[in-house]
Design a protein around this ligand. Structure first.
Ligand SMILES: [Zn+2]
Length: 174
């Protein structure tokens, strides 16, 4: 049976539904109907502006962002769609923490709502490092339908993965 790595932890009946949509070749169409809107955030400068705009709207008091960038390498790392790091640099005589967000480059081509979802997720990490209740409260504050978006993003990533030619049929899940 095909393992759905982006849906690990979701109930088996849900995974079975998704598998049957894939087998009937319907998942892509369903996602296209629901998330037809693309975005124009093509490069790192635009991504920075997009993220700062959202931050100014919802998390004005959180630390400023030094850098926001698309990252090609992230999509190869399982479950790492975006990262948030605090880079400490010596500035003069004091250490200054500088916040950096990286977004997997798969989001450059993804529907607008999924870019919003991952940016919301990474912004929420400015205040909460764990995926706990306050974290998800921040997420739904910025995007009321956050939970639905995150689930549908997992469907989207599953769909992208299924569309790839199977160069290596060995199950690499571990
Ligand atoms: Zn996270």
């Amino acid at each position: 049976m095909q393992s759905l790595k982006y849906l690990i932890g979701y109930p088996e009946h849900l995974q079975a539904q998704v598998r049957s949509l894939i087998e009937q070749d319907r998942l892509g169409g369903i996602l296209r109907d629901k998330y037809g809107e693309s975005h124009a955030v093509r490069n790192d400068r635009q991504l920075y502006e997009y993220t700062v705009q959202m931050k100014d709207r919802y998390l004005r008091k959180a630390e400023p962002l030094a850098r926001v960038a698309y990252d090609n390498r992230l999509q190869m790392v399982k479950h790492a769609l975006g990262t948030h790091t605090t880079v400490s640099r010596v500035q003069g005589s004091r250490l200054k923490a500088s916040r950096e967000i990286r977004i997997a480059s798969v989001f450059r081509e993804a529907p607008a709502e999924f870019l919003k979802m991952i940016v919301v997720h990474e912004l929420a990490h400015l205040k909460q490092s764990e995926h706990n209740k306050p974290f998800y409260q921040l997420c739904t504050h910025m995007a009321a339908d956050y939970h639905q978006l995150e689930f549908d993003l997992r469907l989207y990533l599953t769909h992208l993965e299924c569309g790839k030619p199977q160069a290596n049929p060995v199950d690499e899940s571990n």
